[in-house]
Design a protein around this ligand. Sequence first.
Ligand SMILES: [Zn+2]
Length: 160
Amino acid sequence: MSKSPKWQSYVFLITFIVILASQISRLAWPSAQETLTRVFLVSIYFALCLLVGLAAGRTFHRSFAGWTVLALFFTPFTAVIFLVVAGSPLTAYDQVCKDRDVETKAAIADEEYQGEHVCPLCGNSFNLVTHRGLHSPDDEPWRLICEQCDREIDVDALDE
Ligand SMILES: [Zn+2]
């Protein structure tokens, strides 16, 4: 469930930057030199804010536009601290979904449900997906052995 910044976010940001830049340009214009310096510093500030937004969106799975605006108001440095403190909203279960490339928790639950089986030899219940109730020899990880009766499970024979 990757959140890529939508085009509305960019339109909103650009509008915001243009309004802010026009406000800044209305302030006193002492000299061309100072104007250039000011534009340069403001550009760096915006670039840093955008970086915070990108970090928020890509690494912390948070709103790109939201965190860019937050950085504009509170300075990028403060926003980065907020971001690290807030962390990622992904729960451990969401992370499992991402890692396994499964869309929903329901899909994972279903997959795990499909993996539930009972050992035909001793009746021990085990799970082919989570490997609960099973173990494998270190040098032969593809072999599945029932934890209770220590006999090999014939996976093909389980499918009815
Ligand atoms: Zn068994």
